[in-house]
Design a protein around this ligand. Structure first.
Ligand SMILES: [Zn+2]
Length: 74
């Protein structure tokens, strides 16, 4: 495939950029409903916070996969 050949010739930096696009460096947590559980994108775990979301509660990284945590309203 021509695209594959291009990949091999590109610099390490751009090669990393391609890999980063394919493998997300963040773990997206989606809230099911307002004041309801959060679902981690990396696994089937559900997490309920008494108040606020994961970032408000100091979850900078996903406890399950270790990637940087990113909130998304579902
Ligand atoms: Zn995760």
């Amino acid at each position: 495939m021509p695209e594959q050949d291009l990949l091999y010739q590109s610099s390490p930096a751009s090669l990393f950029a391609v890999q980063a696009r394919e493998t997300p460096l963040t773990c997206t947590w989606t809230q099911d409903d307002e004041d309801s559980y959060w679902a981690a994108a990396c696994c089937d775990h559900l997490f309920v916070f008494n108040d606020g979301g994961p970032v408000e509660n100091g979850f900078r990284y996903c406890p399950y996969c270790g990637l940087e945590l990113k909130e998304a309203k579902g």
